[in-house]
Design a binder for this molecule. Structure first.
Ligand SMILES: [Zn+2]
Length: 354
């Protein structure tokens, strides 16, 4: 494990590292593997695999982003269980054919996770899927009423025993906060930190970067004794440069994981934060972080959901139109641009994907 303080590497080393990793396969897989001190395997929905088998890994995706119980109770909303599973498997097969070996699916109980569906899609598609325990920011009363200790028990149960009555174990702990950390959000952060310390699993966050929420989460993680080297501060690609550099210098990983949302979008498209950074700005920030020696602390992803019921049905075509590449945006567009930037030396070769 590289300690945060010794992790600064020369620009030349960084370029070599990123060029090799982006060109071949897996800086992101390796980064995720490095984050798991004391662990040599990663839990996927098809069982544990050696960290060396992760391959090219997207750090933050969703097969389904919904709400607890909706997939199970209302399959028609997804076009029917079998039809959706077939379509999702086909989409992931295409992703596999274009170089995606693994996705980290950051879907928690309150995002409508169904571990059997995830297992089936992984089995049919051949893409390795890492499932999450933890909690997003849509708690039911039954979850909101739990103590920190109870939440620790639940997270550790999903890591060591299994999820939803199966023996499929979580491979990552997901946490989330909105533009402030409310009392339930704080309980989740503390429970995640304790579960991570007990099991060695890394934590990945939903952190509105424009509101600098990652810094506030870090205060709580560190108060709980959790090492920054165990944490990916997610959604950091829409945040100020000093926020990014401050966190990464402290040893945190940065999830540059909503990259498609920097592109131009049709009017009325959901999920595009007003004032959000453009793709070109996100791209320039990634290059600056690579130049500063932090290539191996960046984790790229799309935060794409193959199905999404958190917004109106009418808005879903706009979401798809805004990113027709879906889960392949990083592979088809962002990775190419970053590679060109690295090879281009100091010249920023802005090549927006749209
Ligand atoms: Zn997400």
């Amino acid at each position: 494990m590289i300690s945060p303080m010794t992790n600064r590497i020369s620009r030349r080393q960084a370029l070599t590292h990123v060029a090799a990793a982006i060109g071949v396969a897996s800086v992101f897989g390796r980064t995720f593997a490095e984050a798991q001190t004391r662990r040599t395997t990663v839990n996927t929905v098809l069982g544990p695999i050696d960290t060396s088998k992760l391959g090219f890994t997207l750090s933050h995706e969703h097969i389904i982003a919904s709400s607890a119980g909706v997939w199970q109770a209302w399959p028609e909303l997804f076009g029917g269980h079998e039809k959706f599973i077939a379509a999702a498997s086909d989409q992931l097969k295409r992703a596999r054919d274009e170089g995606v070996n693994t996705i980290i699916d950051c879907t928690t109980i309150d995002l409508g996770r169904d571990i059997r569906m995830m297992h089936e899609v992984s089995r049919r598609s051949g893409v390795q899927v890492v499932a999450a325990t933890g909690h997003w920011n849509d708690p039911s009363n039954s979850m909101r009423s739990r103590s920190v200790e109870e939440l620790v028990d639940f997270f550790v149960r999903e890591i060591t025993v299994g999820i939803e009555g199966t023996d499929i174990k979580a491979g990552i702990i997901k946490v989330a906060n909105g533009n402030m950390i409310d009392p339930f959000g704080e309980k989740v952060l503390r429970a995640a930190a304790r579960a991570s310390r007990m099991t060695g699993l890394p934590v990945t966050t939903h952190s509105p970067g424009a509101a600098r929420i990652g810094e506030k989460q870090a205060v709580i993680f560190e108060a709980e004794g959790l090492s920054p080297s165990k944490v990916c501060i997610g959604h950091s690609d829409n945040s100020p440069a000093d926020y990014q550099s401050g966190l990464v210098r402290r040893g945190y990983y940065l999830g540059m994981d909503q990259l498609p949302r920097g592109g131009p979008v049709p009017p009325g498209t959901p999920l595009q934060a007003p004032g959000g950074l453009t793709w070109e700005q996100r791209y320039a920030q990634i290059k600056a972080l690579v130049d500063a020696g932090f290539a191996n602390h960046l984790m790229l992803g799309n935060d794409h959901s193959l199905a999404m019921t958190l917004q109106t049905t009418a808005s879903d075509p706009l979401r798809i139109a805004a990113n027709p590449d879906g889960m392949l945006f990083v592979v088809r567009k962002a990775r190419t641009c970053v590679r060109r930037a690295v090879r281009g030396g100091d010249r920023l070769q802005a090549d927006p994907p749209y």
